[in-house]
Design a protein. Sequence first.
Length: 269
Amino acid sequence: MKFTDYNHQANIIHQYIEDQLHHSYLKEYIDQPHIDRKRINYLLLPFLNEQRMVTQQEMKWISTAMFLHIALETHEKVTISERDSLKERQLTVLAGVYFSSLYYRTLAETGDLGLIEALSNAIKKINECKISMYNEECSSVDELTEYIRIIETSIPAHFYEFFNQKDWIPLLSDTFLYNRLIQERLALINSKETIFTGALASILRESEEPVDRSLLLSAVDHAMDKVQKDIEVQLHEKKPGTPAARELFMEFLPFNESIATTKLYAEEG
């Protein structure tokens, strides 16, 4: 399958998800939810077949996992800051509930009870890690990074496992973790606090003074370097799936411009 054909299938799924997420009233008051195209790409890979297009059932399976991720991500945006209006915060909560309902409805339409159980286990793991991070229970950067890995990877990993694609999971896990670390690096550069940066500062803090941003960036860079090396070793030692699947996986890797660009921003800042 050519990349252009694969990209066309991903476009179809993206448009379907976008149409389902649209709600005129919510759109008037809160930001449109971000649809992570990389996630669609990776969730589509288990159904890679050079002879056919993705089926309606497969599109719903992928959309189900995406709706779940978007719902959890939306709930994470709820703040207690007085800078955000009460109405905006309430609508953000309701948006998360609405997106969750799309997940349950679409999952029910597929009729796959096993997938329900698999994704429920993913939700449990994600929420446990988020609670630990909010409570600043992490004792090391490695432990914190592992929590982020679980948060980012649990849904697609359980998805892959359900569809008997376990061999992909270690590489998928590292790739999703690396993508999240890129986002956290950009958040630090833009002085935006997240659940991760707050927990990281708590680990590195040695006094009552705020932790220097350069120290936080250095810790993130070190974590990113380790993950990138792991990805490169896996690609060298183990070729995932068919040659076409490997080519597509390489196409979606988060290296190259991403880290170079974020480091450039930091240097200019």
